[in-house]
Design a protein around this ligand. Structure first.
Ligand SMILES: *[C@@H]1O[C@H](CO)[C@@H](O)[C@H](O)[C@H]1NC(C)=O
Ligand SMILES: *[C@@H]1O[C@H](CO)[C@@H](O)[C@H](O)[C@H]1NC(C)=O
Length: 334
């Protein structure tokens, strides 16, 4: 055990990267884990990539090959208990990109084959989210639902804005902190409609089903009841988070009101339909890379051997500069 810890520490190139490096080192997860990750390149560097494998060790795309619903067999099984069915209907896989209280903007590389997780780069620099008083980094476990896509050519009926060209984002409010690349099961509680520079950028509010308190949470009102202040902080966080980069405050549809679970599930359904159209080449996917290994009718499906050689062709050559996170507090007031 201590040898493993030592190994983890030795792999960390800089103090600011510790949290990330700890989470990203290849290691067996809990025995039951359905997915595994494999690193290429150094954490906190431009060439860092975190690839995904399924339980049998085959490379997959987390964006396309991880099912949206946890029990995706449900469609062809006849369920006798209605209650059981409703519970199943709200059980989703979530890919964790940014563990709570960390700053590195890790995200699924939608434009690269097999869509590994990498750190967002802008103007040649690795990006970190600012610390805005009184918050530290992201205030939830942040990630996405697989097999969803916010179509940038499709105007959303309720927000009157087009999608942001990404899978749908999730803020997971449980108390555990999973690591980057972990796939957890969540139930959805509600949704916020962020308008980011004229694009709809939905933010789902969800809770890890393995959270000790998960059974208390059924809908958005339970968040108000059991985690007072969290939704207000969430709104404030999203309003301000780009201000330190010289951008204006973000806007929200519905006057910043959080919509409930039923509304959220409809949004998830429609982003899943958009993703299906994308993978079946029925709409213009632009620069999104649709290479997958498991979507049977998709023209973008590749073989296991092709997937392996795609991963192996990714360079893990030594770093370009790896700029570290600045330790700054921003006081933006009201
Ligand atoms: C893992 O992926 C491979 C390659 O696509 C596939 O043949 C295999 O059935 C998958 N295993 C599971 C358990 O999903
Ligand atoms: C995705 O990447 C593969 C491999 O580099 C490439 O052949 C393909 O054209 C790319 N685009 C799409 C839409 O999948």
């Amino acid at each position: 055990m201590s040898a493993l810890l030592l190994l983890v520490r030795a792999g960390a190139p800089a103090a600011a990267c510790l949290q990330l490096a700890t989470s990203a080192v290849t290691r067996p997860r809990r025995a039951m884990a359905q997915y595994h990750t494999e690193e290429r390149g150094q954490p906190c560097s431009h060439n860092y990539r975190l690839f995904f494998k399924n339980v049998t060790g085959h490379y997959i795309s987390p964006f396309h090959d991880i099912p949206l619903k946890v029990n995706s067999k449900e469609e062809n099984s006849i369920s006798t208990k209605k209650a059981q069915n409703t519970e199943n209907e709200n059980l989703f896989n979530m890919i964790v990109e940014i563990p709570r209280w960390t700053n590195a903007k890790m995200e699924i590389a939608t434009e690269e084959p097999l869509n590994p997780i990498k750190q967002y780069v802008k103007d040649g620099k690795l990006r970190y989210v600012a610390n805005i008083f009184p918050y530290k980094g992201y205030i939830w476990n942040y990630g996405t639902l697989p097999q969803t896509w916010e179509d940038p050519h499709l105007k959303d009926k309720s927000t009157d804005c087009c999608g942001d060209n990404d899978p749908i984002d999730v803020c997971e409010i449980g108390s555990k902190i999973p690591s980057c690349g972990e796939v957890i099961q969540v139930k959805i509680l509600g949704i916020l409609a962020l308008i980011d520079e004229g694009e709809t950028d939905w933010k789902l509010i969800a809770i890890n089903v393995n959270d000790p308190e998960a059974s208390k949470f059924h809908d958005i009102d339970d968040v108000k009841k059991f985690k007072p202040g969290y939704l207000e902080a969430t709104l404030n966080w999203f309003r301000l988070y780009k201000v330190p980069d010289g951008k204006p405050e973000n806007q929200f549809a519905f006057n910043g009101e959080f919509k409930n679970k039923a509304f959220a599930l409809e949004v998830v359904k429609s982003t899943h339909q958009c993703w299906k159209a994308l993978l079946m080449k029925k709409c213009n996917g632009g620069t999104i890379n649709c290479t997958n290994v498991q979507i049977s009718d998709s023209p973008f499906r590749c073989t296991q051997e092709e997937a392996r050689s795609l991963v192996e062709s990714v360079s893990s050559s030594p770093n370009k500069e790896s700029n570290n996170e600045e330790q700054v507090w921003h006081f933006l007031g009201k």
